[in-house]
Design a protein around this ligand. Structure first.
Ligand SMILES: [Zn+2]
Length: 455
């Protein structure tokens, strides 16, 4: 009996010990950048793996998630939601390669948000209505972006307040608030997260929804073809890289439900260094709620029920984020009814008279060196734009080397790969000459936006 008990105990111990064995990542270096093999990636996350081929998309599932990747492409899908990776999938000697930067800064936090470091209870939301005062933002025949964003902000606050969350506004009237001041207001609320609301403008054809969070240090923004020196600097918002992407993922996966069955309207979770997110010390995102430059979407954005649905979906995503980041279990507000896009008689944006309980926070404008975000003129043209369809030049064959990583399957790849932060690559010669990144979202258009906007 005693022997049997000992054996049982031994097996029990083994069962706990075995999953903790070291995980051997297969890594590779391509043009100085570090990657893991797709097989290794799939093994770590328990995705079914079979060698990918040609131009086909690689799709795989594990117990809770699905992924879809394409060779030479930055457009990835997690659970059907579009993300634009920092680097395209590369081709190696025997297998596709996923950049370590994207494993650490995208896949890991999105696939396992409960493992994100620094999680803490979040008590409220700083809501940033884009533009205001002399800065109209984008305009359509129906109205101006600054009115739509303020209205959406008020609606969002009401929903969040009803759910028991506190809210603060960076502006609550038609006033101009400097971008750095908006980020400064956020810094006064250490246990909040930050949501900036905008509506988009580009060509008449451009349409759909996109959600931005800060580019990781060492990665170019989605709109930029080159890495510049500025991309290598660590920004205040980079302390929250993993929380930023989780917040973006959760909000974006909700708002795309406004276009059911219309995958082309999912423009993706993208990266940028907009002032309000790069200077932000809170988990921060910027939502683009539709194109007022598109006739159909302009009419839709003008409708109060659309803005209400957008606010509701943003609230659902924010609450999901808050629930996974801390010990709160807040019930989700109902899903939106997904109003259809249709032409309507122009009316003034409704709901602007809404008077939320929170007062405007007055702060002194912080002195920030190189503050060039107060003007309404974009800093740079669309030079070097990269769209989701752009392909990189074929990669040089990679050398795959086995590493003796000391990771465990139950720990995040960041530690598995034995590097908390990806190394910072050297910017290209072209990148060095490039102007600073514009405070403009990337567009699919070759026509510059007609309105002056800044974030
Ligand atoms: Zn805007």
């Amino acid at each position: 009996m005693m022997t049997k008990s000992c054996l049982a105990l031994a097996f029990l111990c083994l069962a706990f010990v075995l999953p903790l064995r070291a995980f051997d990542w297969e890594t590779a270096t391509v043009r100085g950048r570090e990657y893991v093999t797709l097989k290794s990636f799939c093994q770590f996350y328990a995705f079914g793996y079979s060698a990918p081929s040609g131009n086909d998309r690689f799709t795989a599932r594990n117990a809770g998630h699905s992924i879809s990747l394409k060779l030479g492409n930055s457009d990835i899908y997690i659970d059907g939601v579009h993300f634009v990776a920092s680097f395209p999938v590369e081709g190696g000697d025997h297998d596709w390669l996923v950049s370590r930067m994207d494993v650490i800064k995208l896949f890991e936090p999105v696939l396992r948000p409960s493992e994100v470091s620094g999680r803490h209870t979040i008590r409220g939301v700083v809501i940033d209505a884009g533009h205001g005062g002399s800065d109209n933002g984008a305009t359509s025949r129906y109205g101006s972006e600054k009115s739509y964003t303020l209205d959406t902000a008020n609606r969002l606050a009401k929903i969040l307040n009803d759910a028991g969350l506190k809210t603060v506004f960076t502006r609550r009237s038609d006033t101009f608030v400097d971008l750095y001041e908006r980020a400064h207001i956020a810094s006064l609320y250490s246990d909040y997260c930050f949501v900036s609301i905008h509506y988009n403008s580009a060509s008449q054809e451009a349409r759909g929804l996109e959600t931005y969070c800060l580019s990781p240090r060492g990665a170019a923004s989605t709109s930029s073809a080159y890495l510049t020196r500025g991309d290598i600097q660590k920004l205040p918002g980079n302390d929250d890289d993993t929380q930023n992407i989780v917040l973006a993922a959760m909000v974006h996966s909700e708002i795309i439900k406004l276009n059911p069955g219309d995958s082309s309207a999912d423009r993706g979770v993208k990266r940028a260094r907009f002032v309000v997110i790069k200077q932000n010390v809170l988990p921060a995102i910027l939502v683009e709620g539709g194109f007022v430059s598109n006739r159909m979407e302009a009419a839709r954005v003008n409708r109060p029920d659309y803005r209400q649905s957008l606010a509701q979906d943003i609230a659902r995503g924010v609450i999901k984020f808050i629930n996974v980041m801390g010990d709160r279990r807040i019930a989700l507000p109902g899903a939106s009814a997904a109003p259809v896009a249709q032409a309507v008689v122009p009316t003034a944006p409704a709901g602007l008279a809404h008077d939320p309980a929170n007062g405007t926070i007055k702060t002194a404008k912080p002195a920030v060196a190189g503050d060039n975000a107060t003007g309404t003129t974009p800093k740079k043209s669309g030079k070097g734009k990269k769209t989701s369809s752009s392909m990189p030049t074929p990669p040089a064959p990679a050398t795959v080397v086995k590493t003796d990583a000391n990771a465990k399957p139950s720990t995040p790849p960041a530690s598995s790969l034995n590097l908390a932060e990806p190394s910072t690559p050297t910017p290209s010669a072209d990148g060095d000459k490039a102007a600073p990144e514009p405070d403009e979202p990337p567009t699919v258009s070759t026509t510059p936006p007609s309105s002056s906007r800044h974030k």
